[in-house]
Design a protein around this ligand. Structure first.
Ligand code: PXL
Length: 282
């Protein structure tokens, strides 16, 4: 009682389009976690689907903020990094981890780079090597299929995949140094989709799949990763956390589908928060 964990979310602020910080912050806060933010870039909207967008890189400001935080002697129970707007920023985050990772700090890296076999706007092969090193510093990484295959230098295929193939990808990706990995966009047939988790320390592999909902939904990787971290910080194990996060993401997508909303504005996760909070109970 009375103990509240603190996480820092290193991610962009996209003013419109429910992704990154505008998703992570409410989800983590709802889960009872004190949530700090270290913004990487400020955008008018996310980069996927709108005709144009503004983009302000905050790398230099991040360095100033980190300098002030060092003076405060602040500590974090979790460090969660997402969208990084330049290769240089990967270094900044890597140094941040070196400075702020304490013995019990959980470091989660979402190697945000692309989806559906393609890079997001602004990302290139230049990111791969540094992003791989950053993943090596994490305790847990949460790539989608595209990001995992890019990181491993493997060719992208859009599935369905076999369970053996997914396990092979997870085993190979944990060899980069992180002990746990959760892969999203996993499907073994055309009717179901979800995530698969692997813990290299105990060899436990698990898949969590739910019926696929037609369409492409922006920001769902961030919704999933934030819910996953919320679960882990509330004492759930990796397989339990993955199941709860898949459920939460699925229900948010279903709500958006039923409401026939423009999916560029992200998914309606807000009204699913009470169920997430319930699922977090011991
Ligand atoms: O949800 C991933 C993401 C995060 N941040 C920005 C993006 C995207 C995906 O397109 O554009 C700015």
């Amino acid at each position: 009682m009375g103990i509240q964990k603190r996480a820092v979310c290193i991610n962009d602020i996209s003013g419109i389009g429910r992704c990154s910080i505008t998703v992570a912050s409410p989800i983590l806060s709802s889960a009872g976690i004190e949530t700090s933010v270290l913004p990487t870039a400020l955008l008018s909207t996310h980069t996927g689907g709108f005709d144009s967008y503004s983009f302000l890189d905050l790398t230099d400001e991040m360095t100033r903020i980190i300098g002030e935080w060092k003076k405060l002697g602040i500590t974090f129970d979790a460090i969660y990094s997402g969208y990084l707007g330049s290769v240089k920023q990967i270094n900044t985050v890597s140094n941040f981890i070196d400075t702020f990772k304490a013995k019990n700090t959980l470091v989660m890296v979402d190697p945000v780079m692309g989806d559906s076999g393609r890079y997001y706007a602004g990302f290139t092969d230049d990111y791969i090597e540094d992003m791989k090193k950053l993943c090596g510093k994490a305790d847990i990484i949460v790539p989608n299929m595209t990001e995992a295959l890019f990181l491993l230098g493997r060719e992208y295929t859009d599935g369905p995949y076999t369970e053996e193939y997914i396990k092979e990808i997870l085993v190979e990706i944990t060899k980069t140094g992180c002990k746990k990995a959760v892969l999203t966009g996993v499907h073994y047939d055309r009717t179901h989709v979800g995530a698969a988790s692997y813990d290299a320390e105990n060899g436990v592999f698990d898949s969590a799949l739910l019926p696929r909902i037609e369409g492409f939904y922006h920001g769902t990787g961030d919704v999933f990763a934030s819910a996953l971290l919320a679960c882990l910080m509330n004492g759930k194990n990796l397989a339990q956390a993955t199941r709860i996060a898949v459920n939460f993401t699925h229900n948010s997508i279903e709500r958006t589908y039923k409401a026939q909303k423009d999916t560029r504005y992200g998914v309606m996760f807000e009204k699913e928060l009470p169920d997430l909070i319930k699922a977090l109970q011991p």
